[in-house]
Design a protein around this ligand. Structure first.
Ligand SMILES: [Zn+2]
Length: 169
């Protein structure tokens, strides 16, 4: 609607253009609110299920030069992280921010760093130093717990029995 009503260069926008602009602002606001709602619901569940939580202290790249979809994804993940921290404080949980660098490259067992970043398609982390083989996200999660000064073994203890069987297989 805005494109069709776009004013000529140097001319002020028409009434229709201004109205279209208002509609766009309204739509963006709605998406932002939905995003916040989803983030808060997820954060509440996570916070209620755990006593201590380690979060990557990444900086959202919203202002970086990037495509709109990338910016939207960054905004969503930033809002979700903020919701998690806020919800954790509200419920008196131990929230620890960890340095986000190399969480996907370090080995959770021996602390060795992989020479190359794992491509996103590679779902299994294999350590060349100690032979540790672990699902990619699980290894990263353990690295983050260790960095936060938490004990990954303690986190394993509360997993449902089904999860333990799965790992053994
Ligand atoms: Zn290792």
């Amino acid at each position: 609607m805005m494109a069709r009503r776009k004013p000529k260069k140097g001319k002020p926008g028409s009434k229709g253009y201004r109205e279209a602009k208002k509609l766009r602002a309204k739509a963006h606001k709605k998406v932002a609110r939905q995003r916040e709602d989803t983030g808060r619901k997820w954060a509440k569940k996570v916070v209620l299920d755990h006593d201590a939580i380690a979060v990557e202290d990444f900086r959202s790249n919203f202002l970086a030069k990037s495509t709109m979809a990338r910016k939207a994804a960054d905004a969503a993940i930033g809002a979700t992280k903020a919701a998690l921290i806020e919800m954790g404080r509200k419920h008196g949980r131990d929230i620890r921010l960890v340095h986000p660098a190399h969480t996907t490259m370090d080995c959770a067992r021996c602390d060795a760093r992989a020479k190359h970043a794992l491509p996103l398609g590679e779902r299994t982390y294999t350590c060349t130093a100690c032979g540790n083989v672990s699902p990619r996200d699980k290894n990263s999660a353990r690295v983050m717990l260790v960095r936060a000064g938490l004990n990954p073994a303690g986190a394993e203890g509360v997993r449902p029995p089904g999860a333990l069987l799965q790992e053994a297989a």
